[in-house]
Design a binder for this molecule. Structure first.
Ligand SMILES: [Zn+2]
Length: 131
């Protein structure tokens, strides 16, 4: 499941960040998700809930900010935002070539929007009991 492996990787990264900051509880995880990842936000949230169980991330909110996909066209040198064809189901769009919004060519390269990154986490940090 696409969303589940993405959710696991978000949980893993957020846990590392939380642990290195001595956090005892994470309340919010902010992520940027590229349009070309074809991750469905609702499914990602759902899987995040499952993947974060029994960790300090349990119950944390996942805030998803969708980033537009970017293309470069080999035909007309267009470079910029592109839309995923809304008529294509996600499962097919993953494999379909992106069309250039200027000339319609399929000789395009994806230059942005294929990743998801954690931009920040909001956590509760334990008060140090060390002297
Ligand atoms: Zn073009």
């Amino acid at each position: 499941m696409h969303e589940f492996s993405a959710a696991c990787s978000i949980v893993e990264t957020a846990l590392k960040a939380a642990e290195s900051n001595m956090a005892t509880k994470v309340s919010v995880v902010n992520v940027e998700v590229g349009e070309f990842t074809f991750l469905i936000p609702e499914q990602l949230k759902f899987n995040f809930e499952i993947a974060s169980r029994n960790s300090i991330l349990e119950g944390a909110e996942l805030h998803i900010n969708t980033i537009k996909g970017r293309l470069r066209c080999d035909e007309c040198a267009f470079e910029g935002e592109s839309k995923v064809d809304p008529n294509l189901p996600n499962q097919i769009a993953v494999f379909a070539p992106m069309k250039c919004p200027r000339c319609g060519s399929s000789s395009t390269k994806i230059i942005g929007g294929k990743d998801f990154i954690i931009t920040s986490i909001e956590a509760v940090v334990a008060e140090s009991t060390l002297d």
